[in-house]
Design a protein around this ligand. Structure first.
Ligand SMILES: [Zn+2]
Ligand SMILES: [Zn+2]
Length: 239
């Protein structure tokens, strides 16, 4: 970071000190969260090694992965989608609260990361209409600080929405898969690096990420990892 920008940030922080976005106490550790609230964010340490589905105890493959192996090569979702992370995520995604997104990205990048780094991070794209309505792509906002921290370039606009899809939140697993089938495409251009990661904010059934992975593999990527801030516990669902 250059000196004027650093000085500007210091001045800003003096005028606007870190404040916990959840309880209003003083922030800690260079975050807009206090230490107690940050510690409450549920970590996804016990999960399926293949798809990061939260489990009671860690497993190499959950039942869903055994029935239907996912198309990606590795998954990294360090948090569980639950209280109080869901509050920050809702503010970030639906409340135009970019400070909540910055705090989430900062927490994410501080966690132990996969040792085999991709050569490129591709955020899950939003359809134009949704992007216009929201004003930003939450996946891209999370990807940028992560990419900077890991020294991995972030490319948006390479993986694109081929068509608009209905919101996934109201659909069951099978309907989610149908809803996103063929929804993504990779722009033609220079060859993709052999190892890339596709990044989203929350992974629920994984249908959206799986469809992105298929598009990237069709476009020539050899290894595609999926990265999500949080994985929702969805027992009994697959895909
Ligand atoms: Zn707090
Ligand atoms: Zn699994």
């Amino acid at each position: 970071m250059d000196a004027p920008l650093q000085a500007w940030r210091r001045l800003n922080r003096w005028l606007l000190p870190w404040r916990c976005l959840l309880c209003g106490d003083a922030g800690a550790d260079g975050l807009d969260l206090c230490a107690a609230c940050a510690a409450e964010l549920p970590r996804n340490t016990r999960c399926c090694a293949r798809c990061a589905l939260p489990l009671a105890s860690p497993a190499a493959m959950c039942g869903a992965c055994q029935r239907r192996p996912p198309p990606w090569d590795a998954a990294w979702a360090p948090f569980r989608y639950g209280w109080p992370l869901d509050r920050l995520e809702a503010r970030f995604k639906f409340g135009r609260d970019l400070a909540a997104g910055r705090a989430l990205a900062e927490l994410w990048r501080r966690l132990p990361s996969p040792t085999e780094r991709p050569a490129l991070i591709l955020p899950v794209p939003l359809h134009r209409a949704r992007l216009r309505q929201r004003g930003y792509n939450q996946a891209l906002e999370l990807a940028r600080p992560l990419g900077r921290a890991f020294g991995v370039p972030v490319r948006h606009g390479l993986l694109v929405r081929a068509r608009a899809t209905a919101a996934q939140s109201e659909l069951d697993a099978a309907a989610r898969r149908r809803n996103v089938r063929g929804a993504f495409a990779v722009r033609t251009g220079p060859a993709l690096p052999s190892h890339v990661a596709v990044l989203d904010d929350v992974m629920t059934t994984g249908a959206t990420l799986a469809e992105c992975v298929r598009a990237l593999k069709r476009a020539g990527a050899q290894r595609v990892d999926v990265w999500a801030l949080a994985r929702a516990p969805t027992p009994g669902r697959s895909g």
